[in-house]
Design a binder for this molecule. Structure first.
Ligand SMILES: *Cc1c(COP(=O)(O)O)cnc(C)c1O
Length: 280
């Protein structure tokens, strides 16, 4: 089942989730969109009361907090991505963070091609064998070395990105207000890691015009995330394509500005100047 997002943060809407939960619901997966917390205390409380597991997709939120508690530590498990588009990257890869000790062994088996090799390496069994489903999900040493170097610079990367984020926000605020363009909303207590800077245009047409306008000034801007409940795969599982109107609006109106830690102040100035020339 797919739940809709809220229009302020574009994070999953707890009220909609409540209306979808049944006695067959096993887990709720929340995404901290743009690394901005998706109301994690409220979701954790709801899941605990309903005996449902909370999973956090924290691909955008490594380093982020809510009320000083790290995103990715509210649920039974959370996932991280080290894809090339993420704050900390080794090209491809990710991590599963487990907060429930009973999940560690099943996860080890999944990672080791369905075998109990991890137990064997700890000397807990005298040979290892195939015990359950799994795949080959260990990270190679070479990628792990790249990742380690990135993690050692996590705080510099985050500071640089946050400085870029703030500069966009401050430079574009008046222009956005005058043109009915919405800038990201950061709720109180949420601290994000500067993962992305996105604008929400008043319509899909305005969004498409903006992308074209920026391209004519030599700046590539992109939209992203189609509503999953309308995807071909979801429709095969009987998803209702009309169930998540806010997600559809977001899919039609979001545009992302260039955001990466090697973006220089001059380059960012060019992006801002080009954006300020755009009028609805
Ligand atoms: C990037 C991303 C993923 C996928 O990460 P991979 O490392 O490619 O598996 C999942 N969820 C969100 C929200 C993402 O942005």
């Amino acid at each position: 089942m797919f739940a809709d997002v809220r229009l302020d943060t574009l994070n999953i809407d707890l009220e909609h989730v409540r209306s979808l939960v049944t006695e067959r619901t096993k887990a709720i997966c929340i995404v901290h969109y743009a690394g901005v917390a998706a109301d994690p205390f409220a979701f954790a409380k709801f899941c605990e009361e309903s005996s449902i597991r909370l999973i956090e997709d924290n691909a955008h939120g490594l380093g982020a907090t809510f009320a000083n508690k790290r995103l990715g530590t509210f649920g039974a498990m959370s996932t991280l991505s080290f894809h090339e588009t993420k704050n900390i990257s080794c090209g491809e890869g990710g991590a599963l963070v487990l907060n429930d000790p009973s999940l560690v062994e099943p996860a080890e088996i999944l990672r080791e091609k369905g075998t109990n090799r991890a137990r064997f390496l700890r000397g807990q069994v005298d040979k290892y064998t195939w015990v359950a489903n799994g795949s080959s999900w260990t990270m190679s040493d070479l990628l792990a070395a790249v990742l380690t170097a990135q993690l050692e610079h996590q705080s510099d990367i985050e500071q640089t990105r946050l400085a870029i984020w703030s500069r966009y926000f401050e430079s574009l605020l008046d222009w956005a207000t005058a043109n009915e363009i919405r800038l990201p909303h950061i709720p109180e207590h949420a601290r994000h890691p500067g993962h992305m800077f996105y604008l929400r245009m008043p319509s899909q047409m305005a969004r498409d015009h903006f992308i074209e306008h920026m391209r004519s000034h030599g700046v590539v801007t992109v939209f992203h995330y189609q509503a999953l409940n309308q995807s071909p795969a979801a429709l095969r599982f009987d998803a209702d394509p009309a169930a998540c109107p806010n997600s559809s609006i977001a899919a039609q109106t979001i545009v992302r500005l260039p955001m990466y830690s090697t973006l220089t102040p001059n380059q960012q100035e060019r992006v801002i100047e080009a954006a300020l020339k755009f009028k609805i």
